[in-house]
Structure formats: C-alpha cells, structure tokens
Design a protein around this ligand. Structure first.
Ligand code: PLZ
Length: 461
C-alpha cells in the first residue's frame, strides 16, 4: 500500500525540542496566576502553557516544542492554525462577528447545513441545526427525538460519554470525575435514561458476536423499558472517553435495524469520531449505518466552537418553530471556519491521511505487542484511522482476568510528556492511551512520537 504524506508547508518548525527543565519559568508563573483565579474543578493534562501551535507541534511559553498526539481532544484535525481556517476567520470577523441566526440570519449557517446534508450518511432528505458544543448537540438530538416520537425514554450504553450538562451527565456512564466523586455529586440527574451493555470485544467473557451483543442490549430494552416507550437509542459508533471501544462487527447494524423496526430514533454521537478522524467522514460509514440523527462537533470547525445535529427531515421538522436554537448556535465566524476546515479535509484528502496514520501506527504497535509477548502489559491495540488506542492490563492477565493497569498507563503518558509528546489517556478503568494526532502531522514527526511512546512502554513493561 502507498503511504500518503502531507504535502503542506508548516508555519512552525515540525520538530520536538525540550529546552531544559519544564514547566519553565513562564509556565510556572502562569500556573501561579491561575491558582489564584481559575476554579480547581478545571484540570489540565499538561503543566505547560501554550504560545503557538501548528501542524503536529505545540510550542509552550518557554520555547519548548511538543508533539501533539491529542489535537485538543480530537478537534484540530486540520491543524491548530490551518491557513485556510485562519484566513476564513479573519475575513468573517472583518464583516460581522455575530447577529444571531434567530434574529437576522446569514448564508454561512445555510452553507454549513448544505455541506452536512451532503457529507453525513444516507441520501434521504435532511435538516440540520447548529450549536456550540458537543453536549448541546446531544441534548438537542434527544429533544428532537422526544417531540418526533411522543416518547420519553432514552437508551445509552455502558462506557458512554456524552457531555457535562445535566442531561448529558446522566447519559454518560462514568461517575468519577464526570458525575460525582467522594467530594460530592452533581446530581440529581435527568429521568428516563436507561443504560444497556455495550459490545466491548476485548472484555467480553467469550467471543461475543456483534449480533449477539446487540440482542443482549435489545432484550434488556424490551424487558425493562418496552420498545414503545423508547424515543431514542444514543450511541458512539466508536466510543471515545470510554476507551476507544470499537464494537464487534454487526453490533451497530443490528441495533439500527431494531430501532427502525420499532420506530425508535437511532442517534449516532459522532462528536469525537466524525470528520475524517477514523478514515471516513463518519465512523458510521464503516458499517454502512445510516443514523436517523447524527451529532457532530470537535473536528467540524478547525478549532472554533461549533456543533451540529443533522437528521431525517421528518424528525427535525416535527419540532415547532422557535423550539430549537440558542444565542450563539451557528455563530458566523465558526461557520466560516467549518466551511474552510471541511474544504481542507477534502482538498488534502484527510480520510486517506487518517488511514495512512492507522497503517503506520498499528504496524508499529502490533509489532511491539507481539515482541513483548502475550503476558505483557499490552492488553489490546485497537481503533480506526487516527483514533487509535492501547489498553493496558496487569502483566500476565491479558488472556484471563484482563486486570486494568491504570498505573502503567499514567507512567507511560507521563514519560511521553517528559520527552516532549502530549498524549491523552481515557477508558472507564483509566487504562487506555489514545492517539489522536492532527491529521496533518508529518510522517517524520509521527515516527518520532512513536519512538518516544515505544520507549515509554518498554520501560513500563
Ligand atoms: N460526545 C462522543 O467525545 C466530548 C470531553 C472531555 P463537548 N469529549 C471530550 C471532558 O473531559 O470534558 C464529547 C464526546 C462525545 C459528546 C461530547 C461532549 O462534547 O463539546 O465537550 O460538550
């Protein structure tokens, strides 16, 4: 297979460089200022403060250059300062920054909706609404499903992450830190949310087929809720915060078919997996799923805050005029950024680029896992496109109890950071390292980051 490299030129030198100690003096000064005014509930993964970012590089205020394997949690797929996005933003702010689409509308919003109708799965008639965050998109998908069906129950899955607002906290599976901790709870949570098991191939007792995992969930729904009461099932086609869990083949199609048969709205939360991340426009595309409603955010607008729901016209149009909206939803600057970011994705064929990243990373990590052997701390290497992960277990348990190893996971992420690679963890058990590089990262920089990661894993193993 050919290896697709990026043809772009970068504004910042694409090289990892740690100049002495970090956090350096300027980051330390900002940390001290922060401690006096920023709430402790907001945590940051790295102790350095950003001065600039471009391509696969983040430069801190003390002049250290880190390789970015997080993309600000899967946002800056086109890079953190894509020239086309930057230019579109500059152009738009020179005209108007805001009028509110609900007061005096503008073309950018419509152009984004046209693009979404074209890119999302299925060639049926579609409608879109734009918002600001992923959580807001999920909330609104549920609002639409409830009005359109006249039903109230919403089904979510184990290991799911859908946001931090009240409804989306309820939809999220993991208690600490999202819903509560020993310090207290953010509840009470919204009612009429039901949780069913996910297909998590690595952690199924026996090799459970996708259809069987779907049957397990469906049986539970029918028994405990009753299909006729279910407004929507909401699922991340590849789970993000929960651990980059790719369900067994056949799981998603079986759920979607059941939903269709029962008049249940099938909502795919593609906030993290969408927009070229998995080597396709949407993760739903890999199994030919056509969701009734799809939620999007993150990668959509090259770093500007924008989210969207796109779905069947009959569902979206069931809501009364004035029922959906918000002051900032579909902000004109964010819309201009989205149109530019999507054009960059098309022009640079970032779907192909994500598949090339998968080949390079998977090849190396699978070789490493094989070399370290079946009794090592690497439980599984998985993912699609540039949404890849390693799940770590206690040595010797990969084939049996698969005992999670959050300590090794943290040690590896810390070692990577020390060497100048920003890497994120995730997972219900905190034992997954996820790789989410900007899709415009160069092959050389990616290889350098993998050298660092590989050394850190060997050290921890
Ligand atoms: N749905 C699938 O991944 C956001 C959040 C990290 P917002 N994921 C990263 C954190 O600790 O807050 C996400 C997601 C999926 C919804 C959301 C929510 O998107 O833009 O953060 O609201």
């Amino acid at each position: 297979m050919t290896t697709q490299t990026t043809q772009r030129t970068y504004r910042l030198e694409q090289k990892r460089r740690i100049t002495g100690e970090f956090p350096g003096p300027k980051s330390a000064e900002l940390a001290a200022r922060r401690a006096k005014v920023v709430a402790g509930g907001v945590a940051s993964s790295v102790p350095v403060y950003v001065a600039d970012a471009d391509g696969g590089i983040i430069v801190d205020v003390d002049g250290n250059s880190f390789i970015d394997l997080g993309s600000g949690i899967a946002v800056t797929s086109v890079g953190a300062s894509d020239p086309a996005v930057a230019e579109a933003v500059r152009e738009q702010v020179g005209h108007f920054t805001h009028t509110c689409f609900m007061v005096s509308p503008y073309e950018g919003y419509i152009a984004v909706a046209e693009k979404l109708a074209q890119l999302t799965p299925g060639d049926h008639e579609k409608r879109s609404v734009l918002f600001n965050s992923g959580a807001e998109a999920v909330e609104n998908a549920v609002k639409v499903a409830r009005v359109a069906t006249g039903r109230t129950a919403v089904v979510a899955f184990d290991h799911a992450y859908h946001g931090r607002t009240n409804l989306t906290m309820g939809l999220t599976a993991k208690a600490n830190p999202y819903k509560s901790s020993p310090a207290g709870s953010f509840g009470p949570f919204a009612p009429e949310i039901y949780r069913v098991p996910m297909s998590y191939p690595f952690r199924e007792e026996a090799e459970l087929k996708g259809e069987d995992a779907a049957r397990r969930a469906i049986t539970m729904i029918e028994k405990q809720i009753g299909a006729e009461n279910v407004a929507a099932i909401l699922i991340e086609p590849i789970q993000g915060e929960g651990g980059f869990i790719v369900p067994a083949e056949g799981f998603l199609p079986a759920l979607a078919a059941w939903a269709k048969e029962k008049g249940v709205v099938f909502i795919a939360d593609e906030v993290q997996a969408g927009f070229c991340r998995t080597g396709a426009w949407f993760a739903s595309d890999h199994e030919g799923i056509v969701p009734d409603i799809i939620t999007m955010a993150k990668g959509i607008a090259g770093g500007m805050p924008l989210s969207a729901i796109t779905g069947r016209a009959d569902l979206l149009d069931a809501v009364h005029p004035g029922g959906l909206g918000g002051t900032y939803g579909g902000n004109p600057v964010a819309c201009a950024a989205a149109l530019a970011a999507i054009e960059s994705m098309e022009q640079q064929d970032l779907n192909a680029r994500a598949r090339s990243i998968e080949e390079q990373v998977m090849g190396r990590l699978r070789r490493l896992a094989e070399e370290l052997g079946a009794n090592s701390i690497i439980g599984e290497v998985r993912g699609r496109g540039a949404m890849l992960a390693l799940e770590f277990v206690q040595a010797g348990t990969a084939a049996t109890t698969k005992e999670p190893n959050p300590a090794a996971t943290k040690a590896i992420a810390d070692a990577c950071l020390k060497a100048g690679v920003v890497i994120l963890t995730c997972g219900t058990y905190g034992n997954v390292i996820r790789l989410l590089p900007p899709l415009v990262i160069s092959d050389e920089l990616l290889a350098d980051a993998l050298d660092v990661l590989e050394a850190a894993i060997r050290e921890a193993a």
